[in-house]
Write a protein that binds this ligand. Structure first.
Ligand code: SF4
Length: 344
């Protein structure tokens, strides 16, 4: 890596899950969950990874967290201690343990991700104990500070998760993820299990903490409207591949891929007269076991032409930092979020 501000660089990342059948468990096909994804995250910035369910975005997050070994590709992470970047795709478990404090995750479901038999003090303090960062009075002080940082009452530290609402539980998850002051937090749909009224509070909390700690987020979501709130750059994924990758402002002002335009047209609008302009995609998301030939989006695309069914469009650079995988990115005049009156 040449840019010293780059914290994470994902290159040509692939994850193909084998499908086995028969007594001999012979491999008969592969689910191409992630199929050649590249992007980078700079220190202190937020990258939004967006797409419909099954597009492979969560699998990307899990490979970064070390839960899955990539089939191919690399994940370069620069530790904050000034050591050279390490490839998480081929790292040995000992080195990964050393890096773990610097990369944390916030899960989608705050009901399932907290141990119901541990108090809040124990849940938030556990990473500090396991990583030998604090104990005794210092541990209490750090946990107290974290509880206050996420807007909970320190006098409730002896309670168990069931005593809290969904939003409060997600605050506890965030406090735990921040306990070691990570450089990168992978947030996988952190608000999708919460009431709409609570979602904005959690997003604002995540932003406040980013300001305080200077950390970077990889924010995974199916909701382009939510991601708009705080992403510096956005990657739009479809059946394991990158359809568009650009600074958030470029994407929202002028999307260059028909799939991005379709996602955007479904963000709630402040202009009811534009509701009729919503793009309703035909058919189902493509099957990652057997994706369509050519452009994987072509069976659902409003602008598809003959070439789209036969030739895979490369992820082409349209301007510095703006890439899209569409044969007609330069010709199409797609509608952006501002013209659609997105209410976010
Ligand atoms: Fe649509 Fe063709 Fe572009 Fe694919 S390459 S997004 S099918 S216009």
């Amino acid at each position: 890596m040449t840019d010293s501000d780059v914290l994470l660089e994902v290159r040509n990342l692939k994850k193909h899950f084998p499908i086995r059948k028969g007594v001999l468990k012979k491999v008969v096909a592969h689910v191409k969950a992630v199929d050649g994804v590249s992007f980078s995250v700079r220190k202190g910035e937020t990258l939004g990874l967006v797409g419909e369910s099954g597009c492979g975005k969560t699998t990307v997050g899990r490979m970064i967290m070390g839960a899955y070994r990539p089939t191919e590709g690399s994940i370069w992470f620069s530790p904050p201690n000034g050591k050279p970047p390490l490839d998480l795709a081929s790292i040995d478990p000992g080195d990964m343990r050393e890096l773990r404090p610097h990369i944390q995750m916030i899960f989608q479901d705050p009901f399932a991700s907290l141990n119901p038999r541990m108090t809040i003090r124990e849940i938030i303090g556990e990473p500090l104990i396991v990583n030998k960062v604090a104990r005794g009075e210092e541990l209490d002080r750090r946990v107290h500070e974290l509880v206050e940082m996420v807007g909970l009452q320190p006098q409730h530290m002896s309670r168990y998760p069931h005593a809290f609402s969904g939003g409060q539980r997600q605050r506890i998850s965030i406090a735990r993820a921040m306990s070691l002051y990570p450089a990168l937090v992978v947030a996988d749909e952190p608000t999708s299990a919460l009431d709409v009224s609570v979602q904005a509070q959690i997003v604002n909390l995540a932003l406040d903490i980013q300001d305080k700690l200077g950390l970077a987020y990889l924010f995974i979501s199916h909701d382009l409207g939510l991601i708009r709130h705080f992403s510096n750059k956005i990657v739009v994924m479809y059946v394991g591949r990158v359809m568009e990758y650009a600074p958030a402002q470029n994407i929202f002002e002028r999307p260059r891929h028909p799939y991005t335009e379709a996602l955007m047209s479904n963000v709630p609008t402040t202009r009811p007269e534009l509701i009729g302009r919503r793009i309703v995609l035909r058919g189902e998301t493509a099957d990652p076991i057997n994706p369509p030939p050519g452009c994987p989006f072509h069976p659902r695309c409003l602008y598809a032409e003959e070439v789209c069914a036969n030739v895979v469009p490369p992820l082409a650079e349209l301007s510095p930092e703006h890439q899209a995988a569409c044969h007609f990115s330069r010709e199409l005049n797609l509608t952006g979020c501002d013209a659609l009156g997105c209410a976010v």
